[in-house]
Design a protein. Sequence first.
Length: 117
Amino acid sequence: MIKKSTNRTRRTRRHIKVRGRVRGTAERPRIVVFRSLLAVYAQIIDDVTGKTLVQANLSEIKKAKNNLAGASEVGKLLGERAQKLGVKQAVFDRSGYKYHGRVKALADGAREAGLIF
């Protein structure tokens, strides 16, 4: 029996490949992105200790919609919170999503806030 490949399984496979290459440390933690139909979520993780340092999502921003502008605001909020903790550099984990649209807007917003990756 051949199992049908769905968008979810293809993204999961891509995510596993990306995670094989991307590693977050205390000096350069990993920025993880998750996007759904309703919101965009991002968090900064130190993979050495396995702890989430900072998180931000669309529901924290008043009057934000799930579009490019909203994703950019989430990135800016994440970057500001990271700066308060002293995180200046990070690695970007796109979680198997293509690097365009809301994912790219979130990364650009984080760069505007001062994160380097």
